[in-house]
Ligand binder design. Structure first.
Ligand code: GZL
Length: 338
């Protein structure tokens, strides 16, 4: 009996060891690759503090850009993402060089705000060949859709349409308009101009008498507006459409230097909704600003993590945006972050 009992004991012990070793091995190993959908399983997914992102920012040309950069840096810090950040000072070659550096450093994801729409196909192909997904942020690039994973940013056409609708109301369907365009060849400049003109098509007595690029900066906006005033005279200009608030604020200086009242003698509609535009509306110098959301940091890293983990994301993630007027500018200004 004793022997029989000991044989049973041995068998039970062996089964127990076998069962325990099976349990330990299944907990300690990743699930098999290729289990159907190739999406990493939970225990294979990386987390924010394992994510390495290269971000090629285009410059620091405006308050909007400053707010955009701050949003990206703060979000990386809060989430614990390792961020390699470069500022190309509005130079495309430097942006392309930054992307090549990120490829060499084998980051997980590359984010880029393309300064202009063209000239990206080669370097984006290099990123694709290196297996590094690209996320377009803020501005689109004119490349085949397989060269970027998703675009996070505004509907610039709609921003231009909104500015056009407001301008029609301000001028009651009739007037002579000068236009300060953004950076030549950039997605916001191209689409804001097109959206604005789309609306004006139905108003033949609304005429754009001059358009010139102020490169999204205050200094250039003031310089170009001075040129408009010298050429046409303030009495011949009913309104200004500025593709961003920084150029509008520069233009305000030129308008006042020529002895005219911005917002009254010359109406002003611009885009971005930066803090200083709210102050200018409070001061009666800007008549409306169309919001272009700069605070894209949190959404960008949320997308980056999803893409790094092989999750499906939409080809375009549009920003939520509004339009602001002087009536409630004082109430809203304290809530604005850029
Ligand atoms: C728009 C952004 C533009 C802003 C400008 O998304 O690219 O660039 O409107 C900025 O202020 O310079």
């Amino acid at each position: 009996m004793k022997n029989k009992v000991s044989a049973n004991t041995v068998l039970i012990t062996l089964w127990t060891i076998a069962l325990l070793s099976l349990l330990v091995s299944s907990c300690g190993t990743k699930k098999k690759e290729g289990s159907g959908n190739n999406v990493p399983h939970d225990d294979e997914k990386i987390t924010y503090n394992e994510l390495v992102v290269g971000y090629a920012q285009l410059g620091a040309e405006s308050d909007w850009r400053t707010g955009n950069t701050e949003s990206i840096l703060e979000a990386a810090e809060e989430l614990g993402v390792e961020l390699l950040f470069s500022n190309a000072q509005q130079n495309q070659e430097r942006q392309i060089k930054a992307i090549r550096t990120f490829i060499a450093q084998q980051v997980d994801i590359i984010g880029v705000a393309p300064i202009v729409e063209t000239g990206w196909e080669s370097v984006f192909q290099e990123a694709k060949d290196a297996g590094i997904p690209i996320i377009l942020v803020d501005r689109r690039a004119d490349v085949p859709e397989d060269l970027y994973t998703t675009y996070l940013g505004s509907d610039f056409l709609e921003e231009g349409r909104n500015a056009g609708r407001i301008m029609v109301d301000l001028l009651d369907g009739k007037g002579r308009i000068v236009e300060l365009e953004g950076t030549v060849g950039s997605a916001p400049a191209i689409d804001r101009a097109n959206g604005f003109r789309e609306v004006l098509e139905d108003y033949p007595e609304m005429e754009i008498i001059a358009t010139e690029s102020g490169d999204f900066t205050r200094a250039k906006g003031e310089e170009v507006m001075e040129g408009f005033l010298d050429t046409y005279g303030g009495n011949e200009i009913d309104a200004l459409f500025a593709h961003n608030d920084d150029m509008a604020i520069g233009a305000i200086k030129a308008i006042e230097a020529h002895g005219f009242r911005p917002g009254i003698d010359i109406k002003i509609v611009s885009i971005d909704a930066i803090r200083e535009a709210f102050q200018a509306m409070i001061d009666g110098k800007i008549n409306a600003t169309v919001e272009c959301n700069a605070l894209l940091g949190p959404q960008f890293f949320e997308l980056a993590l999803k893409v790094a983990n092989g999750e499906k994301v939409p080809k375009w993630v549009p920003s939520d945006e509004g339009v602001f007027f002087p009536e409630n500018a004082a109430e809203i200004l304290p809530t604005r972050k850029y």
